[in-house]
Design a protein around this ligand. Structure first.
Ligand code: SF4
Length: 321
């Protein structure tokens, strides 16, 4: 009896500072397995756990022929896994999103610690912007305010959607927003109105800062952790006057994008295994002095070669710390 032939599969991993996401797809880009966990400051540990979960869910008969990494720790994890493609988040998210919404023109993304806008024309990225420096337009701002107001994050959107009179919250910066929030409570706004005001403020902050001067055209896709908040989606639709699409797998788009890219990259140098051996890296802590942010940067070396860094809020700090 002849043995069944193995089918090709491709792994994509998106390692962010907050969460780590992974998918395994087949040759037709169908997702065979996916997983998600917290990075907890330990990207290699998070990836090991992620791989165990993916291995468990992957149907038998598939062999991983390509591995792609993206996200802030993409180089480190790329070296550890022997990836055949390592790509920045902008390209990875665009490729992943195009595979789901082929005519997408605008990708809005608000994650835990950063936000992005990517404009796409005829399937190619034509412009983009990223914010990694200011917390006011990110998910961490919403979650810290939810805590201050004693509203569980999962109730935030539903409470906001009950508001008839959203409070106007100063949206430019977290410090102003926080003091404004206290002021609005003191003058009698309900919790629902304040929460609705916060959802609006995050949208206004995004559109007036990150997306300033960018031509937002339909179809518009919204992704990242904050896209799960229906009140924020509604505010985007109201402000843009356009429908905003949120895919249930929106958080996986970066991972999906690099999995797709790994299909056409040069072949893996060695056979992929879900059981990653311990790889030794040397880390050195230092401070970047190129601007007043004074980021505390952790540089990662293997054989004296700098392969990745943490804590730098911009690319300038990678080598110059
Ligand atoms: S990495 Fe360096 S240049 Fe970039 S924000 Fe931090 S201190 Fe400034």
């Amino acid at each position: 009896m002849s043995k069944a032939k193995n089918k090709n599969a491709y792994l994509g991993i998106d390692i962010g500072s907050i969460s780590t996401k992974g998918v395994v797809i087949d040759s037709e880009n169908k997702v065979l397995a996916s997983s998600y966990n917290w990075t907890n400051g330990n990207p290699l540990g998070a990836v090991k756990d992620l791989l165990l979960a993916l291995k468990k869910d992957l149907p038998s008969g598939y062999v991983v022929q390509g591995v792609g990494t993206t996200g802030s720790a993409r180089r480190l994890v790329g070296v550890a896994l022997g990836a055949n493609v390592v790509k920045n988040e902008i390209t990875a998210h665009a490729i992943g999103t195009l595979s789901v919404v082929p005519d997408v023109r605008t990708i809005l993304e608000i994650g835990g610690q950063d936000s992005k806008i990517v404009l796409v024309n005829n399937g190619v990225v034509s412009d983009y912007a990223m914010n990694t420096l200011c917390a006011a337009g990110t998910g961490s701002f919403l979650s810290s305010q939810a805590k201050r107001l004693d509203v569980p994050l999962e109730d935030f959107a539903n409470l906001a959607l009950t508001s008839k009179n959203p409070a106007k919250i100063a949206a430019r910066c977290t410090v102003f927003a926080e003091s404004d929030l206290v002021h609005k409570a003191q003058i009698g706004y309900s919790k629902a109105d304040i929460v609705a005001g916060l959802c609006r403020s995050i949208v206004l902050n995004y559109l007036n800062n990150l997306a300033k001067g960018k031509q937002i055209k339909a179809p518009v896709v919204f992704q990242g952790g904050v896209s799960k908040n229906k009140a924020v989606v509604k505010e985007f639709e109201r402000e843009l006057g356009l429908p905003v699409y949120v895919d249930k797998n929106g958080h996986l788009m970066g991972a999906l994008g690099v999995a797709i890219l790994s299909k056409s990259a040069p072949a893996l140098l060695k056979e992929f295994s879900f059981d990653v051996a311990d790889v030794k890296f040397e880390t050195r802590g230092t401070e970047c002095e190129l601007c007043p942010n004074s980021c505390e940067v952790i540089q990662v070396f293997r054989d004296e070669v700098l392969i990745d860094s943490w804590g730098n809020k911009c690319e300038r700090g990678v080598k110059n710390a």
